[in-house]
Design a binder for this molecule. Structure first.
Ligand code: DP6
Length: 363
C-alpha cells in the first residue's frame, strides 16, 4: 500500500452544503514516537492506548463557493474566532489537498471544543487533528459513495497523520500501532492499525489519571522536538530500541504481566526525556514536581505491591497508569499524596477508550 491508495477517483456526487460533527479522543503512547522523516513518516513504530474522556468535538460546516483559487476557512474554539490556528490548518490543507481534491471547492467553518481545559498542558493536536480529518473524510464519503469502513478508517488515520503524527492513533481503539515493524503484522508508516494480537483482560479498562503538573504552553513544540532527533548522537539506537520493545511488549500484553508492563512503559517515558536531555540544544521537560511524583509512585508501589506505573509525554505532566481493579487504592493514594504536586490540584481521570464517534451529519 502506498500514499497513492488514498488519491480518490473522480467524485460521482455533488453537494452544495452541509455540516458534520465528530468527537475524537486523545491517546497516550506506551512506546513513543519521537523522530520523523519527510511527510510525517515516523522513524520508529509506536503504540498507544486510545483515551476515553479527553477528546475534541469538531463540527465542520461547508458551503460550495464560486472560485477555487484558494482555501477558504474560519476556525472557532469554544465559540471564539481563532485566527492564530489558521497557519496550522492552512499547512494541513496543503498537505492533504491531493488526497481530498474537493478542499478548494468549499468554504469551511470549523467549530471545535475540547473536554479538557485548553491550557492544561494536554496536547490537543491528536484529538483535534483526528476529529478534523474525520469530518473531512465524511464529506468525501458523501461525494464518492463507494468507501468501505476499512478504507474510511485507514484514510481518516492517514489524513490525521499529516496533521499531527500521533493523531493517526486516535481514530480507533483500544490499542493502536503506527509505524512499520516486522513485529506487528499489517503495521504501516502511513496510518495507525488496531493491535492485532491477544490482549489479556488485565489491560481492559486500564486507567490513566493525568496529573497536571504544568499547565503552561509546551516548552518545546513537537516540531522542534522531533527535529532534535536529526543528528542526535543516540538517535539510531533509540529507533532500534523502540522497534525491539515491540518484541518485549507482545508477550506482556498476552500474559497480562503487569510488572513487566510497568517496567517497559516507564523506561520508554524516561528514554523519551533522556533523548531531550542529550540533544543539542538540550531540554529538561520535567519539573521538580514531576520527579516528586515519580519517586512517590515508586515508593508506594514498593510498599503496597500495587501495579501503578507512569508515563510522560514531551512535558511535565504525569500519566498514572493502573488496572481498573486497583482503582480504589490508587485513587486514594493520588488524592492523598500526589494531588499536592499538581498545579491548582488539577488532575483528570481517564481510561482506555474505543475511538472516535460521528455525532451528526446534515445536508
Ligand atoms: C511525545 O504527534 O505531537 O507525544 O507529528 O509533529 O504533530 P507531530 O508530533 P506529535 O508528537 C507526539 C510525541 C509524543 C509521543 C507519542 O505520542 O508517541
Amino acid at each position: 500500500m502506498t500514499e497513492h491508495t488514498f488519491i480518490p477517483k473522480p467524485y460521482l456526487n455533488t453537494i452544495e452544503n452541509g455540516k458534520v460533527t465528530w468527537e475524537s479522543p486523545s491517546n497516550i503512547a506506551l512506546i513513543k514516537y519521537w523522530g520523523k522523516k519527510k511527510d510525517q513518516i515516523p522513524e520508529n513504530p509506536s503504540i498507544s492506548f486510545t483515551l476515553n474522556n479527553c477528546k475534541t468535538i469538531t463540527s465542520l460546516s461547508f458551503q460550495k463557493k464560486e472560485t477555487t483559487s484558494d482555501f477558504s476557512f474560519e476556525i472557532f474554539l469554544d465559540g471564539e474566532k481563532k485566527d492564530d490556528f489558521k497557519p496550522k490548518i492552512q499547512t494541513f490543507f496543503e498537505r492533504i489537498e491531493v488526497y481530498l481534491p474537493f478542499l478548494r471547492d468549499y468554504h469551511f467553518k470549523i467549530e471545535t471544543q475540547n473536554t479538557f481545559p485548553h491550557s492544561s498542558g494536554i496536547a490537543s493536536s491528536a484529538s483535534g487533528m483526528s476529529a478534523l480529518a474525520l469530518c473531512l473524510i465524511s464529506i468525501e464519503k458523501q461525494l464518492s459513495s463507494e468507501i468501505s469502513e476499512v478504507y474510511f478508517n485507514q484514510k481518516a488515520s492517514f489524513l490525521a497523520r499529516l496533521g499531527s503524527g500521533s493523531a493517526c492513533r486516535s481514530i480507533e481503539g483500544d490499542l493502536i500501532v503506527w509505524g512499520q515493524t516486522m513485529h506487528i503484522e499489517g503495521s504501516s508508516d502511513l496510518f495507525g492499525v488496531k493491535y492485532p494480537y491477544k490482549v489479556h483482560d488485565n489491560f481492559k479498562a486500564y486507567q490513566d489519571t493525568i496529573l497536571l503538573v504544568d499547565k503552561g504552553e509546551k516548552q518545546v513544540s513537537s516540531t522542534v522536538g522531533h527535529n532534535l532527533m536529526h543528528h542526535h548522537p543516540y538517535a539510531k539506537n533509540r529507533f532500534l530500541q523502540a522497534d525491539a520493545n515491540f518484541e518485549i511488549l507482545k508477550p506482556i500484553l498476552e500474559s497480562g504481566n503487569l510488572n513487566a508492563f510497568i517496567q517497559l512503559i516507564e523506561s520508554e517515558a524516561l528514554t523519551l526525556h533522556a533523548m531531550m536531555m542529550t540533544s543539542m540544544p538540550y531540554f529538561i521537560l520535567m519539573k521538580p514536581n514531576t520527579l516528586e511524583i515519580i519517586n512517590k509512585i515508586w515508593k508506594f508501589r514498593q510498599e503496597t505491591g500495587l501495579h501503578i506505573g507512569f508515563t510522560l509525554d514531551a512535558g511535565a505532566n504525569v500519566h498514572v497508569l493502573y488496572p481498573k481493579n486497583e482503582s480504589f487504592e490508587v485513587l486514594e493514594f493520588i488524592k492523598n499524596e500526589l494531588v499536592a504536586y499538581c498545579q491548582n490540584g488539577h488532575y483528570i481521570c481517564d481510561q482506555i477508550g474505543f475511538g472516535a464517534y460521528q455525532l451528526t451529519m446534515d445536508n
